[in-house]
Each structure stands twice: as C-alpha cells, then as structure tokens.
Design a protein around this ligand. Sequence first.
Ligand code: PLP
Length: 386
Amino acid sequence: MKLAQRMSRLGTETAFEILAKAQKLEAQGKSVIHLEIGEPDFDTPGNIAEAGRNAITNGFTSYNPSPGYQDLRDVIAAELSSTRNIDAKGDNVIVTPGGKPIMFFTIMALIESGDEVLYPNPGFPIYESMIEFCGGTAVPMQLHGDKDFNIDINEVRNQITPKTKLIIINSPNNPCGSVIGREELEALSVIAKENDILVMSDEIYIRFLYEGSHESISAYPGMLDRTIILDGFSKTYAMTGWRIGYGLFPSDLIEPVSRLVTNSVSCTASFTQQAAIEAITGPQNGSQEMVKEFKSRRDIIVSGLNDINGISCATPKGAFYAFPNVEGTGLSSVEFADRLLEEAGVAVLSGESFGKFGKGFIRISFANSTANLEEALQRIKKFVEQ
Ligand code: PLP
C-alpha cells in the first residue's frame, strides 16, 4: 500500500514499543520489571472514579461541545489561575482526550512548511514527530547533562531566526526530571516577545515537584497572550486511561483548535469530564500521597544507581523519571537498554528515544513499587558487574 508521504515524517513514542516487547518476553515466562512506561502505578482516587460512575448513571453519555463543558472549563481556568499566578478565563480553555492532543492541535494549527520550532532535546518524542509531520523544521534545544539538564540561554538565542514561530518547553521535564531555571525562563520570555514567538509550555508534571516551587512562563509580563499551557489529569490523578487533558490558549487559537477537535474526535467523553470536575474540586489527598511516595522512590533509585560502577545519576527535581548516564559501563545507551531487558529482565528506555542529545543516558520511570525498584536495582547492578 502506498502511504501518504507525510507518514514518513511521523515518529512514535518508543515506550509503547518496549512495553510490547517486554510483555512478549513475559508471555514466554520471563520475569520483567517495568520501568519503561510513564504511568503512575496507582488507582484513580475513589472519589473521582465514583464521580465517573455516577455521571454514566446520570446520562452523561452523549456528545458535548467540542471545547468541553463550560463548567469544567471554568473550573480548570480557576485552577490554572491559582497555580500559575495568572488570570485565566474558562473561554480560553479547551478540553481534549489527554494532554497529547494539545501538542497535536497546537502544532497543526500553527506550523507549516518553512516554520522553525525549538523543542527540548532530550524531550518528549512527540514534539519532534509532530513538528516534522506538519512540515516544520524541528530545532533541538539541548538540555545539558552537565548543567542539571537546563538549557543554555545563549545557545538558544543563537538558534532563533526570523522563521522561528514556536518554542516548546517542558518543566518538570520528561525524561530528565529537570526544571527550567528562573533566569532561563525569564530570558526565554524576553526572547519570545522580542521575536514575536509563541510558547507551548507543557506543564503536565507540575505537581510532581520535589523541591522549589513551580513557575509558569505564562505569568511573565505580556506572556499570557503568547503562551499555550498544556496540562491534564493523566499523571496528577492517575487517570491515564480516562483520556482527559486540556490547554489554555490565546484567544485567537480557540476557534481554530475547537475546529480541529470537531474534525477529529468531536469532543472529549462526557462522563470523563464530570470525573475531572471532581478531580479538581474534590479532596486532593490521593494525589498528594502519590507525590510523597514518588519522592521517596526517587531517593531510593538515585542513590541505588549511583552505587553502581559506571553509572551516574543526577537527582531529578520533578516528574517521575531518573535519567542516568551509563557511558561508564562501556555500553551504548541503546545496547544497555536492549541487553538489560533481554538478559536481566528490566525494561527501561534508551536516552536516544528522546532525541540525539539523549545519547549515553537511559530513562528509568520510578512509577513502580519500592520492592520492584529495589529488585530492579539489584538486577541492574548484577548486569553491569558481569
Ligand atoms: N507531556 C509529557 C511531557 C508527557 O510525558 C506526557 C505523557 O507521557 C504527556 C504530555 C501526555 O499525557 P496524556 O496525553 O496522557 O495527558
């Protein structure tokens, strides 16, 4: 079959491929510890699940407006206003099936042939994939391993051209767990304004912050009108399978992005949106306990990795990923990840799945039980020392 040419430019997310490979090994009887997928190993808090069940019982089972129910949009706007220190309006919120479609729709609405987009590298692979798919040029903004995986603002300045239309940032970052420094954030806001560039700020991990406080680029003077904030419920409320996320958009993007929603998925599931209202307005202890647990797992995994010869791991400030350097083992990151799965039964991702600057690193998701993390550390140590 002859596929459309644009399909050759569409990448993927390796985590799903490695998960399938690991499950195949398990089906053959091999024990595998899953540290490849970025998914909280917790159940959706009971009050949220109940709100979803009640919504189905009460008839929230039909189509609803493409940008989402107005009451949910208003609740999200209030949440964004208080957590980002901005004045967000419900009419500027669009609800989508997951946070991922916000990337898709934003890039689809803005980027065409010849446009350049800066994106974090190592970074979430879908940014690069979507930019290229839409005919844009993906310009990697390096997160430097020797600078706590922060950007080098002078380097970024030199990457700006008259064709730069959008800068994508993600803090806390997947896969590095790093947080963009305050100075860098402010400098980026100045660059964006001086060069008339929009910013898509992926803030899906802001509640998984283990030190310091979150700052959104949208709060800097003049930035609300040129920032798209991406957030969602998947990670914060362990709702990955419910498929619900949202974006806060400048007013000019509301109609075009709503039209993209109408053309693709029509709307987000009605009962899922009712559960999302409960997630934001109900008790937060389920989510807070999960974050507390992740912090203690982070400490276990980072110190365990640093005890292994040839591996060095920076302490992630946020998200639930460790991104250790494995060059000292003499293996490439791809070979390390492949052989670790085959020979030791630990599924991780090679850093190169997150772009060329991920070379030499692997990504470990610590969204797994302490017992499994400890067993994984033993297996990794044995594998490296063999
Ligand atoms: N942004 C980042 C950086 C992510 O890691 C993910 C998921 O892994 C998402 C966005 C999207 O998540 P979802 O579509 O489940 O809301």
